[in-house]
Ligand binder design. Structure first.
Ligand code: ASP
Ligand code: MG
Length: 462
């Protein structure tokens, strides 16, 4: 199918790229350097979402006022660097007052809906300030409330976008402005059918950018962050990690899903649906280039990257003797669906079912909350055994399922490590190993060395 792409580029800047006036100014220069960039999606300044999440959990009066003071200082520091701060100050102060009011409410009784409302203020603040910076630099910039466009369901903390409604809203509320101005809007936030604020899960601004890119049929989505692209593994664990210049959508989405922090896991789906290339680069160092994610790649090597997801919980569900495996499996999966829980790395046997639980992306709630509801739901049907503090290490590669040396390459490096579970085969491009959390770093280092620092292993299928 031939698709007509709009000339527009959607550029998203993460928390460190809008952390203060200097960072915002650098990001503004990136926007202004490319006339095709007409939609700018921003995260909250770094640290702000965490601060707002803690306010939404209900703090003492003293802690609340300390946190709000920190936020006021951060925001006012940016404001005071503007040439005309008074043009934006009233809107900023209204938002800070609203944060104070919502934090007081949360201290009385907190709820996921209230939490999303409160947390959304981080992006509202950063976008107001950034719009002012662009305007002061002579650009025609329009601030847009993303909640008018990003329609979602009411699953607060991790809402599901409504693609059809978003496409309609983009046509009527966004498109008319992009022809002659730069539209600045918030990542991460949306609204449900009743107009209540929702969020797309932690790190969700990337997802907003690609949803808007999809609705606009943009020619590219740029994700500006603090690293110059996607690496073979987290360079904080392995300094020898190398930047990957091109990745396919499926490789990059596997990496994101399995813990590479650089992209929100859902980000690539909208881009994939419309075949829109996604570029990942560093706003601190745009000249360093980055990673291009697109449909086709010419990557010769088979091993592409190693991702790690921490804080994984292994859940085992023992089957009662009186029940057949078929009935038992059907019942457990139905109960998990009711809880909207995606069981990953599922393994079934005569004794029951085992899977892992991951809570790394919800705005509110952690393993503890999920486990409590799981226990309540499943207690009547089976005996649950739970083991937390595990880490999931995933090797992403091109056609791993065809490799005859995969097992030797991987498992020879895991000698001495108590592997808890292995998953391979459901997808063509990955192999996941569940390990004790404390073994993860050394396993990644050893495996990276074997697979990415020795040319012989890298090129096995070339
Ligand atoms: N500000 C939100 C967060 O910290 C969303 C994002 O940065 O993408 O999770
Ligand atoms: Mg992010």
């Amino acid at each position: 199918m031939t698709r007509i792409y709009s000339p527009f580029v959607v550029a998203k800047f993460g928390g460190t790229s809008v952390a203060n006036f200097d960072a915002m100014s650098r990001s503004a220069s990136i926007v202004l350097a490319d006339p095709q960039v007409r939609v700018v999606v921003l995260s909250a300044s770094s640290g702000v979402t965490n601060l707002l999440v803690s306010l939404s959990e209900g703090l003492s009066a003293q802690d609340r006022s300390d946190k709000i003071e920190t936020l006021r200082a951060l925001t006012h520091a940016i404001l005071s660097s503007l040439k005309q701060p008074d043009a934006v100050r009233p809107s900023i102060d209204t938002l800070l007052d609203s944060i104070t009011r919502l934090a007081d409410q949360a201290a009385q009784a907190s709820s996921p809906a209230l939490s999303d409302e409160l947390v959304s203020h981080g992006e509202l603040l950063s976008t107001l300030l950034f719009t002012a910076i662009l305007s002061e630099r002579g650009a025609k910039a329009n601030w847009l409330d993303a909640r008018e466009i990003i329609r979602t369901d009411s699953h607060f903390g991790c809402a599901e976008p409504d693609i059809t409604a978003i496409a309609q809203q983009v046509q009527t509320r966004l498109l008319p402005h992009v022809e002659d101005s730069i539209v600045v809007t918030q990542g991460f936030i949306g609204s449900d059918a009743d107009g209540r604020t929702t969020t797309l899960g932690r790190g969700g601004s990337d997802y907003t950018a690609s949803l808007l890119g999809e609705a606009l049929t943009a020619s590219r989505v740029d994700i500006w962050t603090d690293v110059a692209g996607i690496y073979t593994t987290d360079p904080r664990i392995v300094p020898q990690a190398q930047r990957i210049d091109t990745l396919s959508f499926s490789e990059a989405s596997d990496m994101a899903a399995y813990g590479a922090k650089v992209l929100h896991p859902a980000t690539l789906m909208p881009a994939m649906r419309k075949n829109i290339p996604v570029f990942v680069g560093s706003s601190k160092n745009p000249e360093a280039g980055g990673t291009r994610v697109c449909r086709e790649t010419e990557n010769p090597t088979s091993y592409r990257a190693l991702a790690v997801r921490r804080k994984q919980t292994l859940v085992k569900c023992r089957r009662p003797d009186a029940q057949s495996s078929v009935e038992f499996n059907a019942r457990i999966f139905a109960l998990l669906a009711e809880l909207r829980l995606q069981a990953e790395l599922v393994s079934t046997s005569e004794n029951g079912i085992a899977w892992i639980l991951d809570a790394t992306h919800a705005t509110s709630g952690d393993d503890g909350d999920l486990l409590t509801s799981l226990q309540e739901k499943l207690a009547a049907h089976c005996v649950l055994e739970v083991e937390s503090g595990l880490a999931l290490m995933t090797l992403v590669g091109h056609r791993l399922s065809q490799s005859e040396r995969l097992c030797r390459d991987v498992f020879s490096q895991l000698d001495g490590c108590a592997v808890r579970m292995v998953c391979h085969g459901a997808g063509e491009h990955n192999l996941s190993v569940l390990l004790p959390g404390e073994s993860a770093d050394s396993a990644v280092k050893m495996l990276h060395k074997r697979l990415f620092e020795q040319t012989e292993a890298q090129g096995y299928a070339a």
